[in-house]
Design a protein around this ligand. Sequence first.
Ligand SMILES: O=C(O)c1cccc(C(=O)CC[C@H]2O[C@@H](n3cnc4c(=O)[nH]cnc43)[C@H](O)[C@@H]2O)c1
Length: 270
Amino acid sequence: MRVLVVTAVAAERDAVAAAAGPCDEVALPGGYALRRAAGVPVACDVLAAGVGPAAAAAGTATALTAATLAGAPYDLVVSAGIGGGFSPGPGARPEGSPSGAPLGSVVVADAIVAADLGAETPDGFTPVTELGFGTVAHLPDPALVKAVAAATGAAAGTVVTVSTVTGSAARAAELAERHPGVLAEAMEGFGVAEAAAAHGVPVLEVRTISNAVGPRDRAAWRIGPALTALTGAFRTFPGALSAAAGPDPEPPPRSASLTREDPTSPRRTP
Ligand SMILES: O=C(O)c1cccc(C(=O)CC[C@H]2O[C@@H](n3cnc4c(=O)[nH]cnc43)[C@H](O)[C@@H]2O)c1
């Protein structure tokens, strides 16, 4: 199985690659440098594509295209890195879903949602889907999410992608209200998922929590422990992917990233 992991920055890339052992560096068009780990059960390439959804989509699409043209396409794309964790709130959340993501914890996305892709209207924020175009959510394969969550000890829930990091309690509350069950916020997942969907490749998002979503407090960030947790999570990846494949030798579906029509109900019906 060939897996492409896309991070924003080099520190995240190195944390993921550390789980795979020694890596070579492969140059891709556009000046991207891909870290390639050989001789491990799951062939894992790691790319630092830049911060934000646009950079993430550009880097992911470049790596996917290069792999396809080389005759060795990827079977899975994973958006990975640190992220902000939501605190348990008073609002409604889907039954059985975890309540919040504390510092150092691992989150795997069961929905990858663009939280600020839309228009501001007199009635508040309106997602692009309600304006009649685009996509605002991708739903990873539930079997993969379950296997990775079990292996890493992660909580599974919505991870929102934003272009502006949340810096106030009011904005955090607004996001939590609009996305019941939201666990984490980051800036790349939706971009990675859009590129993966365009190539018909399944997608996952894995975040380790470095800070709380809410009022800006740089002194409270815990980036080191979050990067250590990222390495720990990726150590479990080969086992998780074999568990997801199960006794059936068939590979996971290539089009498991589904688009969501109704952005107000971010949960797949079982
Ligand atoms: O300046 C700030 O207040 C601030 C607060 C949190 C994160 C940042 C970043 O510039 C990091 C962006 C980088 O890390 C991911 N990340 C980590 N925490 C968050 C978050 O709370 N909200 C959104 N993104 C976060 C993100 O994916 C980027 O790659 C600055």
